[in-house]
Design a protein around this ligand. Structure first.
Ligand code: PLP
Length: 456
């Protein structure tokens, strides 16, 4: 700890930061340039503290990254040791480095059998860019260059690169940014809570029929891959029916279409398994991971692929694309220390246990007028907010006023989308913090009106 700062110095510093933030820093997402933002300065375990000294429960795990909790000295030590020996090197052409090799062995050992090779990136969008390119290049190398189409799903979020943004199924990532990547089609995603959207048909049957018809219309010989989050994250922790992915995977395989799982949020224990693919008994051809691989201590990601995909895209001339930071040794050392903690502290088991406890505590939220659905898988939770429980219509304000009231009134940070609260606490969440979260949610959600406002 540094020297004590007096309360008046703290508030003066905060005021300076808020002004400089408003004038100099560009932020994603919030429109109002006059907004006074909360300036975070430190974190320990499941909590963070802002520049005024206020403590918050970080029930968003930053942005779904923080598996092992804030302030872990083991990770700091691993990064320091690596930076002291070899802070940075590349793995292009004839070069490699020890930490990239160690991490490749480690993550392919954790992945579902069949994913034997790792390609490192610095984050989720980069991983999806690589996955999309790999899928097209795989068919190109197999002399089927006409296989360029990518199937994705509405409401999906895959990042904001050109390809990853194009396959994302939210219009805000397309409008105003010029032409999107060609040869992309968005299918309907399964959402069991909104059965009314499937015209009375079983949700899986509807999605499978649409997929079959789409493959026929485009032509299987023109389709490279389908990409999907096994459990939709930004979409609101939307868990598909258990038969959806196995049947999708079987249909794609019968047409030689690759399956890409985006496990950027769900990977490394978030759902109580190493990867969400395990819940569905499906091994994709390409699996994109990031966030939890380092708990966000430094940016990193890994695209895990089958030997067949790796060998085909590499061919006799090599896979021609890579990033400067592909295989960055400090990022890899941090990932290894992070995975040690996840394993050593049985955090997958904690995600199952504490996630289950939280789900039990939150189940009665469904009796509140503003709550339509509560979804949970491990420590990935979604609370769907409704204006009308029968019609399942969304609140006119979306979740924003609830997110704000949770932060301001209860000191709890979660995220929201137009329909749902997105709750992804660190995997080290204990009963005490789970109770704080549940109590805070009750206290705010029982004050939400049909107009979406939170009563004082
Ligand atoms: N894929 C999913 C499912 C995500 O939720 C995100 C980010 O939230 C991404 C990809 C993009 O990852 P990044 O922001 O690291 O590029």
């Amino acid at each position: 700890p540094g020297p004590e700062i007096s309360a008046s110095e703290k508030s003066e510093k905060t005021a300076q930061w808020v002004r400089a933030d408003r004038d100099r820093l560009m932020h994603p997402n919030l429109p109002d340039s006059r907004t006074e933002r909360t300036v975070m300065v430190e974190g320990r375990g499941c909590h963070v503290r802002d520049s005024s000294g206020r403590k918050y429960l970080d029930a968003a795990a930053v942005l779904g990254v923080m598996q092992v909790g804030h302030g872990r000295s083991e990770i700091v030590e691993a990064a320091t040791a690596q930076m002291s020996s070899l802070e940075c090197f590349h793995i292009w052409e004839t070069m490699s480095n020890d930490k990239a090799i160690e991490l490749a062995v480690r993550v392919t050992g954790l992945a579902p059998p069949g994913l034997e090779r790792a390609y490192f990136t610095s984050g989720g969008a980069e991983g999806n860019e690589i996955a999309l390119r790999m899928a097209r290049y795989f068919h190109y190398r197999r002399e089927q260059p006409e296989r360029t189409w990518i199937l994705s799903r509405k409401s999906a979020y895959h990042g904001i690169g050109y390809g990853s943004g194009s396959v994302s199924g939210l219009p805000v990532y397309h409008q105003g940014f010029g032409p999107v990547m060609p040869d992309v089609h968005h299918l309907t995603a399964p959402d069991p809570y909104h059965a009314e959207a499937y015209g009375g048909e079983d949700v899986t049957e509807f999605c499978l029929r649409e997929l079959r018809e789409t493959i026929e219309r485009i032509g299987p010989e023109r389709i490279a891959a389908m990409i999907g989050e096994p459990v939709m994250s930004v979409g609101g922790a939307v868990i598909p029916p258990p038969d959806y992915w196995p049947r999708v995977a079987e249909l794609l395989r019968s047409h030689g279409i690759l399956l890409i799982f985006d496990e950027v949020v769900t990977g490394y224990g978030r759902t109580g398994r190493w990867f969400a693919a395990e819940h569905f008994g499906v091994t994709p051809d390409i699996m994109v991971t990031a966030k939890g691989i380092t708990s966000g201590y430094v940016p990193h990601g890994a695209v895990l692929v089958s030997d067949e995909v790796a060998a085909t895209v590499t061919g006799s001339t090599g896979f021609p694309i890579g990033f400067t930071y592909t295989g960055h040794p400090t990022a890899c050392a941090v990932a290894l220390a992070n995975l040690d903690i996840i394993e050593g502290e049985n955090l997958l088991e904690n995600a199952v246990k504490t996630g289950g406890y939280l789900a039990d505590r939150l189940a009665p939220l469904r009796d509140l007028p503003a709550v339509g659905d509560v979804r949970q898988i491990g420590l990935m939770l979604g609370v769907e907010l409704v204006a009308d429980k029968t019609a399942r219509t969304q609140l006119p304000t979306g979740a924003a006023p609830v997110v704000q009231a949770l932060r301001e009134d209860e000191g709890i940070i979660v995220r929201g989308n137009p329909r749902s609260l997105l709750i992804n606490p660190p995997l080290v969440l204990d009963r005490g913090a789970a109770d704080q979260l549940a109590d805070g949610l009750f206290s705010v959600l029982e004050r939400v009106g049909t107009d979406g406002r939170v009563r004082p």
